[in-house]
Write a protein that binds this ligand. Structure first.
Ligand code: KG4
Ligand code: ZN
Length: 369
């Protein structure tokens, strides 16, 4: 693997044994650099606990994975390494901040692709060490879940959160930062994964979710009325792999012209969205909560946002979604989630660890003094 020279320089900046484990609890405001590298997007951001989000930049690797029809982990890792120094410089310049003004560095420590996670963790941890500042490994799904709090119209806790990404479909009860109770989970494919796999089967390519959603806009969902899986039995769990098979079976039985593909895509999207809505409403009712949050890449799906907003309003509740750029992977949510925990006095040791699999419910609330 070819390492770009800048990353070597970062490692070598200062060899002294700096006090990196100081606490930031008593600092009035914190400026935190966030690094996201869990999959196919390199995201950087500077978040200031007083002034808010100062900058965020994103590099998408879509063009590099497209030819392979999906994310190639090794390509993802190499590209993160290539991009992060230039992106850090741009992010700091956009924030009108120098590297010395950073109080800490937050990086995604999991869940995600091991190699990709490791590039960001090594970069973030090493940079913090070189600066003599604390660092924190952030849980990617906690960052997704807290992303709506970056916006002015932030949801009040407790809320129910639908976390829908490429690897997760979960309903969580959120009472406070770090107080998460799992209400429902997918038994097989995550919603985003089902979108991606179905898009591939339909010949729509990668990235599957947005491509399938775009095709669905031109289709007629009534032509392929797929089942809404697991909605006719109690409980809050999901299963999307049967839906993916149903879409493939339909595809193999018809003429594969673009308009029929659009109809199948529309039928599939409608089934996923309806299923998510049914379970969200059920979760709100069973928890006696009126505030719903939807976060993660699939939260950028237009139909889900529109239909869920209406469904939640109709039952007297409120839906909050992060702005579109903070639904899919980004550095802002990492800087923000990291800042919350750093401000409470948390930080990671100098050992660089990543957790490709890491249940959100293992997190604990930051200590309150
Ligand atoms: O949160 P995210 O960017 O990365 C993970 O943490 O997984 O989510 C990516 C997932 C992918 O499966 C992608 O296809 C899906 O979100 N996605 C969408 C849309 N945009 C992204 N799915 C449906 N409709 C969309 N518009
Ligand atoms: Zn994500």
């Amino acid at each position: 693997m070819v390492l770009s020279p800048p990353i070597i320089r970062v490692y070598a900046v200062q060899a002294s044994n700096r006090p990196v484990l100081m606490t930031l609890k008593d600092k009035k405001s914190l400026k935190v650099l966030g690094i996201e590298s869990s999959c196919d997007e390199t995201g950087l951001a500077v978040y200031d606990t007083e002034a808010g989000l100062l900058s965020h930049v994103l590099h998408s690797q879509v063009s590099q994975h497209e030819a392979y029809g999906g994310v190639v982990p090794e390509i993802a890792s190499r590209d993160h390494i290539r991009k992060w120094v230039a992106l850090t410089r741009k992010c700091l310049a956009d924030a009108n901040a120098t590297i010395d003004q950073l109080d800490a560095v937050a990086y995604t420590a999991g869940p995600g692709l091991a190699g990709a996670l490791f590039t960001g963790a090594v970069a973030g941890r090493s940079l913090a060490w070189a600066l003599g500042k604390p660092a924190i490994g952030v849980h990617h799904m906690e960052a997704h879940l807290l992303a709506p709090l970056l916006d002015d119209d932030a949801p009040q806790m407790p809320f129910v959160c639908l976390l829908v990404s490429g690897g997760h479909t979960q309903l969580m009860r959120v009472d406070a930062v770090g107080q998460y109770r799992l209400l429902g989970d997918t038994l097989d494919d995550a919603a985003g994964e089902a979108f991606d796999k179905t898009a591939k089967l339909l010949g729509l390519g990668y990235p599957g979710g947005p491509r399938l959603a775009m095709a669905a806009e031109k289709g007629d969902e009534a032509k392929f009325p797929f089942a809404r899986p697991m909605t006719n039995r109690p409980g809050l769990d999901f299963s999307f792999s049967g839906l993916k098979t149903a879409a493939m079976t339909a595809f193999l039985a018809v003429d594969r012209d673009p308009s029929t593909v659009a109809d199948i895509a529309a039928g599939f999207e409608a089934a996923v969205v309806d299923t998510l809505i049914i379970k969200c409403l059920r979760a709100l009712k069973s928890e006696g909560i009126s505030q719903l949050v939807v976060a993660g890449g699939v939260a950028s799906n237009k139909r889900l946002r529109t239909d869920l907003t209406k469904a939640v309003q109709d039952m007297g509740g409120k839906l909050t979604c992060p702005r579109l750029e903070f639904c899919t992977d980004n550095g802002a949510m990492i800087a923000y989630a990291g800042a919350i925990r750093l401000a409470a006095g948390e930080s990671s040791t100098t050992e660089i660890t990543v957790r490709p699999r890491w249940p959100l419910t293992e997190l604990v609330a930051p200590a309150v003094s």
